[in-house]
Design a protein around this ligand. Structure first.
Ligand code: ZN
Length: 174
């Protein structure tokens, strides 16, 4: 039995799981209004109305449908989660690749000594790139600020941004 079979309610809640054993509580919604599939605790409303036993209607957070229905299509619910996993996997791979690139760049970077302190050229360059700001109070595109600071062309300016993980098209201010 896996954690998914857990029948301790607080633990189930902490893990963001829905009820799988007919004990009541959150369920998987397939909204009849917009078709979105999500756990019922994402619904809006549903609060108890003060001093009455009644609850206000639950509403779909995507389309405001009143009382969105329970999903009885297990395969659809699975596929929705699988697509999220695929997307996370893609982002994880991209992040791993980025870490590998940065690690490799750092490893091949020369160490220089300044006033008795050792720096890699990578670290010095990184600091310089990070500290570049615009001169206009309205903001400057990062790659343009980089071009001015390093007296380089736009291609090198973009490459400097990418190498150190900055967005060349974001705005920097003084
Ligand atoms: Zn909806």
């Amino acid at each position: 039995m896996s954690e998914a079979h857990c029948n301790k309610l607080p633990q189930r809640k902490a893990l963001g799981l829905v009820t799988h054993d007919n004990t009541g509580g959150p369920f998987v919604v397939e909204c009849q209004g917009c078709g979105e599939v999500y756990p019922s605790f994402h619904c809006l409303g549903g609060e108890q109305i003060a001093d009455t036993g009644d609850h206000e209607d639950a509403r779909c957070p995507h389309c405001d449908q009143i009382d969105p229905e329970e999903c009885d299509n297990a395969a659809l619910a699975w596929n929705i989660q699988q697509l999220k996993i695929n997307e996370l996997q893609r982002r994880l791979n991209a992040a791993d690749q980025r870490i590998d690139e940065l690690t490799a760049q750092q490893a091949e970077s020369r160490v220089i000594t300044l006033s008795g302190c050792e720096f890699t050229e990578h670290d010095l360059l990184h600091t310089a790139v990070r500290m570049v700001t615009g001169t206009s109070r309205r903001g400057t595109l990062r790659w343009v600020a980089m071009k001015d600071a390093f007296c380089c062309g736009s291609g090198v300016a973009h490459a400097l941004c990418w190498r150190f993980g900055f967005d060349p098209d974001e705005t920097v201010k003084p």
